[in-house]
Design a protein around this ligand. Structure first.
Ligand SMILES: O=C(O)c1cc(=O)[nH]c(=O)n1[C@@H]1O[C@H](COP(=O)(O)O)[C@@H](O)[C@H]1O
Length: 282
C-alpha cells in the first residue's frame, strides 16, 4: 500500500467524472451477515467484505468501510479491514476510511499516522474525522494528509437527528457551529483546483440547507440515502449549486441486496443512475 503525491481532491474529481460520484459503504452489520447467510465471525466478515469489493470496487468512485464493524472482531477484524482497503484500491476505487477520529492534537497526530501516513498498513485515500475537540485539533491530520496526497471528511452537519444540538448551536459571533466548520474547510481548500482535498460530511437527510454556505471548494460526503430515508432525487433540493461536489453514500440500501454479486452490482448501478439523473437535472 502506498500513498500518492497527487492530491485527493484531484483524484476524487477524476473518479467522480469517470465513474459517477456514488460512494458505497462497507458496513457489515451483524443483521446483514445473518441476512446473507453468514456467521457473525471473522470468516463471515471477510466473505462479506470481499463480496462487496468484488461487486462494486471496479465501478463506483468511492468505497467507505465503516471501521467499527471490523474493530468489533479485534485484531483479526482489523486485518480483514486492511485487506479490504488494499483490494478496493487495487480495483480502482478510492477508499474513505470511516473511523471518525478526533482527539487533542498530539493524539490526533497518532490517528493521522494510522490512516494517512503513506506507508501505514491502513493507509486510506481519506479519513472521516470529528472536529468537536475544536477544528484546530485536526491540524496534524490536515498536515499529514497534504503530505501524503490524502484527504479528510470533517463532520459538519451529520445525518442523524441528534446532531443538531451541537451543530446548529449558535456561537457568540452569531454563526452556527456547523457553519463554522464549513468556513474552516473553505479556507483549507482556497485556491485548489479542480477540487480541494478537505471535505465536509453533510447529511442528505437534512432538507433545505440554503442557509449554509456549502461552497467549500471541496467534496461533500452525503450519507443518509437508502436506510435513513433520503433519496438521490432529494440531492438538488438539499445541496443547491453545491450538488456537483456531492459524494452520496449508500450503505445498507445497497448491501441488503447481497450476497449475490450481480444483485449488489445492479443495486449500486441503480443508485448511481438515479444520482446522475438528479445531478444532471440540477
Ligand atoms: O461519516 C459518515 O459516513 C456518516 C456521517 C453521518 O452524518 N451519517 C452517517 O450515516 N454516516 C455513516 O454513513 C453510513 C450510513 O449507512 P446507511 O444508513 O446504511 O446508508 C454509516 O456508515 C454511518 O456511520
Amino acid at each position: 500500500m502506498t500513498g500518492t503525491t497527487e492530491p485527493f481532491g484531484a483524484r476524487l474529481r477524476r473518479a467522480m467524472d469517470e465513474r459517477g460520484p456514488l460512494c458505497v459503504g462497507i458496513d457489515p452489520h451483524a443483521s446483514l451477515l445473518a441476512e446473507w447467510g453468514l456467521d457473525d465471525d471473522v470468516a463471515g466478515l471477510e466473505r462479506f467484505s470481499r463480496t462487496v469489493v468484488e461487486a462494486v470496487a471496479d465501478r463506483v468512485a468511492v468505497l467507505k468501510p465503516q471501521s467499527a464493524f471490523f474493530e468489533r472482531f479485534g485484531s483479526r477484524g482489523v486485518a480483514v479491514l486492511e485487506k479490504s482497503v488494499e483490494e478496493a484500491r487495487a480495483a480502482g476505487a478510492l477508499v474513505v476510511m470511516d473511523a471518525k477520529r478526533g482527539d487533542i492534537g498530539s493524539t490526533m497526530a497518532a490517528y493521522a499516522e494510522s490512516f494517512l501516513r503513506a506507508d501505514a498498513p491502513l493507509f486510506s485515500d481519506a479519513l472521516t474525522v470529528s472536529p468537536y475537540l475544536g477544528y484546530g485539533s485536526l491540524k496534524p491530520a490536515v498536515d499529514l494528509a497534504r503530505e501524503s496526497g490524502a484527504g479528510l471528511f470533517v463532520l459538519a452537519l451529520t445525518s442523524n437527528p441528534e446532531g443538531g444540538e451541537v451543530q446548529h448551536a449558535v456561537r457568540a459571533d452569531g454563526r452556527s457551529v456547523g457553519a463554522t466548520m464549513l468556513a474552516h474547510l473553505a479556507a483549507e481548500n482556497a485556491g485548489e483546483t479542480p477540487l480541494g482535498s478537505f471535505g465536509a460530511v453533510v447529511g442528505a437527510t437534512l432538507g433545505d440547507l440554503s442557509s449554509y454556505d456549502l461552497d467549500v471548494n471541496g467534496p461533500l460526503l452525503a450519507p443518509g440515502i437508502g436506510a435513513q430515508g433520503a433519496t438521490p432525487a432529494d440531492l438538488p433540493a438539499v445541496f443547491g449549486a453545491a450538488v456537483r461536489n456531492v459524494v452520496p453514500n449508500v450503505s445498507r440500501g445497497v448491501l441488503r441486496h447481497g450476497p449475490d454479486v450481480t444483485a449488489l452490482r445492479n443495486a449500486a448501478d441503480r443508485f448511481a443512475d438515479e444520482v446522475r439523473t438528479a445531478v444532471a437535472a440540477a
